[in-house]
Write a protein that binds this ligand. Structure first.
Ligand code: AMP
Length: 399
């Protein structure tokens, strides 16, 4: 378990908690919230702080206003839905620092909640400016970081403030850290990772780190094509980063040295068009025609993966095994994800997933609820898989 300060370690009675949340919610065309998962994720921490008698100030970024006030990126529209989820009112300060924020912070009594305007309306936020972090810190007594998804960036509201105030993890953050640590730092062996997605180039560090830590690594999706091509298979007009073939071989070599077995597709689904329902066929690795592209893994590959899942006690999943947005090229992703989900229930497999399109792919597979834990984070999850220290987590660690 990661040794970090938790909410339970701090006496909040009468204190003001500066809580970093991730309210960067997806919005629909009308400007409303299309998915309130991120609001809901903050509720347990806010309620726990209310129960502990704290005054609560919420900080978040929203969109990329690039240091300017951008009315379309105001957080004001979230007070009503958040108040409804909490069952208590939520006040709003129209700047995260300055006179209005100060006055409203001073007016708070125990249990009150104040949401500050978008921290990224100030360029000092992303610059991690110490004066700006000081201005945020001056509003409260304790920093509570509850946004794991923002923890890979050293910014004023997610890292700088933690250098000034006593700090702890919120409940969502603690849940993420506990599950991630259970999957990679202190896992039950054997550990298998499934890494899919489009390109090797976006996951080089991740693959290099994983092969040193795992018992097995299954590579799927478009990125597997680069490995297959590196091994001398003709991948036709598949998505393939030919310039990265030497790197693919290097990764496989590092895996061999570290006793990590690498599983690549043994059969593939090919089509001539990159489109849903395009005419397709299953073929062997040396049977891809020059005008065909690999869009999914075949049946035998899914079976190979199921066997690897059977052998594993811990599974980490990132990325789809094929072009899952287009039926029927979602088949391998759906079948393998459902199989993993069933092993969680039937065999006590610990299955953790996250990053990029992974949540969408597992939801599409109907397997998201079957996994032990799905991380809410994209970039932070990937950087964690890369083995990089996350600045927003480092400041929570007990020394
Ligand atoms: P990533 O963001 O790297 O996890 O990549 C996810 C994307 O990879 C999805 O949009 C998939 O459609 C795409 N993808 C997966 N397999 C393939 C493939 N064989 N050919 C083209 N795109 C793929």
């Amino acid at each position: 378990m990661v040794d970090f300060t938790r909410l339970e370690d701090i006496n909040f009675a009468g204190k003001t908690a500066m809580v970093r949340v991730d309210f960067n919610v997806p919005v629909n065309d009308g400007g409303g919230i299309s998915d309130d998962t991120r609001l809901r994720a903050a509720v347990p921490t806010i309620k726990a702080l209310q129960d502990k008698g704290a005054k609560i100030i919420l900080m978040s970024h929203f969109g990329r206003p690039k240091g300017k006030v951008e009315p379309t990126m105001s957080l004001g529209f979230l007070t009503a839905p958040l108040a409804e989820l909490l069952g208590s009112p939520v006040a709003f300060a129209d700047s995260c620092v300055g006179a209005d924020a100060k006055a409203k912070a001073q007016d708070l009594t125990s249990g009150d909640v104040l949401l500050l305007e978008n921290t990224r309306f100030h360029s000092e936020e992303t610059d991690n400016d110490s004066g700006f972090a000081q201005a945020l810190a001056a509003l409260g007594d304790v920093f509570v970081h509850d946004a794991f998804s923002a923890s890979h960036r050293a910014q004023a509201s997610s890292e700088g403030i933690g250098r000034i105030l006593p700090s702890c993890a919120g409940l969502s953050m603690a849940r993420e850290l506990d599950h991630l640590s259970q999957a990679l730092e202190h896992p039950k062996s054997p550990v298998l990772a499934v890494v899919g997605g489009a390109k090797v180039s976006t996951k080089i560090d991740l693959l290099q780190n994983l092969v040193t830590k795992l018992d097995a690594l299954a590579i799927g999706g478009g990125m597997a094509n680069t490995f297959l091509a590196a091994l001398g298979h003709d991948v036709g007009k598949s998505l393939c980063e030919h310039d990265l073939k030497p790197l693919a071989l290097k990764i496989m070599d590092a895996a061999k040295k570290a006793n990590c077995s690498v599983l690549l597709p043994v059969d593939v689904v090919v089509a001539k068009d990159f489109a849903a329902h395009a005419p397709h066929r299953v073929c062997g690795l040396d049977d891809v025609a020059p005008d065909e592209m690999i869009l999914d893994a075949g049946n035998q590959t899914v079976e190979q993966l199921a066997d690897a899942i059977d052998r594993a006690k811990t599974l980490i999943w990132n990325g789809p095994l094929g072009a899952f947005e287009m039926v029927p090229f979602d088949t391998a992703t759906v079948e393998a994800a459902q199989y993993a989900g069933r092993r969680v229930k039937e065999a006590g497999l610990i299955a953790v997933a996250g990053g990029g399109d992974t949540v969408a792919a597992l939801k599409h597979a109907g397997a998201a609820d079957m996994f032990t834990f799905i991380s809410t984070a994209g970039g932070a999850f990937l950087e964690w898989m890369e083995g990089k220290p996350l600045p927003g987590v480092e400041i929570l660690k007990q020394t």
